[in-house]
Design a protein around this ligand. Structure first.
Ligand SMILES: CSC[C@H]1O[C@@H](n2cnc3c(O)ncnc32)[C@H](O)[C@@H]1O
Ligand SMILES: [Zn+2]
Length: 430
């Protein structure tokens, strides 16, 4: 089916230039035409959307998030990572039921769609959950992303955990829906060496990327040096971690040798600046990673450590932190940050056909209507406003794989009111 989105200003992020009074024609899930408005092209389109005055850009890529945690917003504020996890978050996650997890995941998807994310990379805690049922519910939302069973060493035993992770990953992979998967051991400190090795074997067997929290705090670095006599990044190298494409969430505390290894192996870093600030973990030096050639993507982490999934807020914070900590505004130019939150994210997650607006690429894009928004004036400086002035609440429409999933801020695939009701109901059961 052909759809036209027209009379809009398009930031392709393929090149720095903007297409003024432009048009995008989609055919099924792909972009068939992108360029100047041409009236006659409307004739053979089944659906037409007059987006006059709107700004259009690629959808944002949230490269590390925990969607089942949306019910934990506001829990455990003002705590360091380790007490936050062990005293607050993990005891609550142990009480999750499948229905609670589905509602919480849908709430996260509503929040992501409404704030401009079109692709996400998740890790969920599977304890006590029907993981197949959770996957079916997420698959029905029209959102695109990686949903991953998180492997932790626990009472169940490493072999049983690895089997369950393998089976759900195999099922998702075979299903070929909008939802894909990764193999996601939680971290080097919460998985035994055997479980980390099993994770690598599953990733190799099913040809999937690996996704793991790494080098998030000074404590993690010091504990790893004491226990394994090497850094977390190098410890994972000893376990053959880099034989598959790998996404490391965080990378706050890294040595020069770690950075060189990440570059050599093509590992991507999912940078979570607000979560790292809120948990008092520090500031990842993504300017150094960029200069070394490492692929850096942007992420929110969960709402329990952020406390929202707004990628616009995340981009602005990430850019300002680099300028401030390096004491030079050139440490993070605006265009580089927009690329990190789109194309670099897609690359990190293994999606080669999204992240820029280009013919032949997937039709994953969002619009912002700036005309009645005082904080997005003057209209002429639009490319600056996208990074330094806009927020997720400004997103008007969202298209994922050619499907319009939000029109003028109304979601078409999810019942937002019902999800709000259910989330508050389930919160009281915790
Ligand atoms: C929800 S699945 C994965 C697992 O990760 C925990 N988690 C959430 N945020 C972080 C973080 O910043 N570092 C380490 N672990 C984190 C979460 O509680 C889940 O149990
Ligand atoms: Zn995380």
């Amino acid at each position: 089916m052909k759809k036209a989105f027209y009379h809009c200003d398009i930031f392709t992020l393929d090149q720095e230039k903007i297409i003024k009074d432009g048009m995008i024609i989609t055919e099924d899930e792909k972009i068939a035409y992108i360029g100047k408005m041409e009236e006659e092209r409307l004739q053979d389109c089944e659906e037409t959307y007059n987006w006059s005055g709107k700004w259009v850009m690629p959808g944002l890529v949230n490269s590390h998030v925990h969607i089942v945690m949306n019910i934990l917003r506001g829990v455990g504020d003002d705590m360091l990572l380790h007490p936050w996890l062990t005293e607050k978050i993990w005891p609550l996650e142990a009480k999750f039921t499948t229905d609670l997890a589905i509602t919480s995941s849908k709430a996260a998807i509503v929040e992501m769609m409404k704030s401009g994310t079109t692709l996400f990379n998740d890790m969920y805690n599977p304890i006590g959950l029907d993981v197949f049922k959770l996957y079916e519910a997420v698959k029905d939302t029209g959102m695109k992303g990686n949903l991953a069973y998180t492997l932790f060493s626990n009472d169940k035993g490493d072999k049983a955990i690895a089997k369950e992770a393998h089976d759900i990953a195999q099922h998702i992979k075979k299903d070929r829906s909008l939802i894909r998967t990764t193999v996601a051991p939680h971290s080097p400190y919460s998985c035994s060496e055997e479980l980390l090795r099993s994770s690598v074997s599953i990733a190799k067997e099913l040809d999937l990327p690996l996704h793991i929290h790494v080098s998030e705090t000074e404590k993690e670095m010091n504990d790893c040096l004491r226990e394994h006599e090497t850094t977390p990044v190098q410890y994972l190298a000893e376990l053959d971690f880099y034989e598959q494409p790998t996404i490391f969430a965080h990378g706050v505390v890294l040595t020069d040798e770690d950075v060189a290894l990440l570059n050599e192996k093509g590992t991507s870093i999912a940078h979570n600046p607000i979560s790292n600030l809120k948990l008092g973990s520090g500031v990842a030096d993504i300017s150094r990673l960029n200069s070394a050639g490492v692929n850096v993507a942007i992420a929110t982490d969960s709402v329990a450590s952020n406390n929202n999934l707004d990628m616009f807020e995340e981009m602005r914070t990430a850019a300002l932190l680099q300028k401030g900590t390096h004491k030079t505004p050139e440490a993070m130019p605006a265009y580089s940050m927009l690329k990190m939150a789109t194309l670099n994210g897609a690359k990190a997650l293994g999606y080669e056909d999204t992240g820029v607006l280009k013919e032949g690429y997937k039709a994953d894009f969002i619009s912002i209507d700036p005309r009645d928004k005082i904080h997005l004036q003057p209209l002429e400086n639009a490319s600056s406003h996208l990074l330094y002035a806009a927020s997720g609440k400004d997103v008007s429409d969202s298209v994922i794989n050619g499907n319009v999933v939000m029109e003028n801020r109304v979601l078409l695939t999810l019942d937002e009111e019902r999800i709000i009701y259910d989330l508050n109901y389930y919160y009281k059961t915790l």
